[in-house]
Design a protein around this ligand. Sequence first.
Ligand code: OGA
Ligand code: MN
Length: 278
Amino acid sequence: MTLKITPLTSIIAAEVSGIDLAEPQDDATVAALRQALLDHLVLIFRGQDLSEPEQVRFAGFFGTPFEIRQHDNLERRPDADSRVMLVSNIVENGKLIGALPGGELQFHSDSAFDEHPLMATVLYSETLPSRGGETKFANMHAVLDALDPEVRDRLEGRGGVNVFDFVTQVKTEKLDRANSVHFTHPAIRTHPETGRRALYVNRLMTEEITDMEPGESSALLSDLFDMVERDEFHYVHSWLPGDLLIWDNRGAQHARTDYPLDEPRLLRRVGIQGDKPF
Ligand code: OGA
Ligand code: MN
């Protein structure tokens, strides 16, 4: 088999074919995959038949798979790998079997509310609804490049306060900071491997810009969030069972479209540990 990397849009995402991820990979292949992730921010592998350990091994090509902690609010199966989190709306014995059970999920970068957010995320699909539940990806370098220089200047040197409500999974009124996970990161971050800068505030988690009057901060964030939603920055992934995706949270954001919540959806997720954004 020959490894082939085919861009899916002119802005973000590439499909990788000619590779069976259930097999071990040599160093040259791993290096090519790592470079492809830096080049395209999202990689898509179709028709993979992967066990949990094989998925964790794949994540390990890019960094250290993240051990899931308690506050991730998930009910794991007793035999599950401690690095695999289920993303699902399925209820078994009266309990959700996974995290992020809702329908639509606003644009975000994974765990931006942590001091060390995930560098990348690996998601593998098992069970899908008949419609909806697509995952959209936005190139945040391109969003930053498209910003009005005056707007960019207002963000330079400022932070975005990122919070997350694990119960509602939406940002509503201001959260009680004493009882919610939150962290302030630069509103514009630098990708540590490519040196490219990216907008790093998101609709799901960013409540305010630091050192800015509240009204100005809300208006600016609202404009930025609207911009991230422009189709020109996106690749939209329609899932098939056996798809494996990896995305780079340092340069991309993602969102999920709504789907019928009475239909089961189950994906397996492995996060890859990241550094502190700068
Ligand atoms: C995630 C996530 C999107 C989806 O796992 O971090 O945002 O399509 N998932 O389920
Ligand atoms: Mn996510």
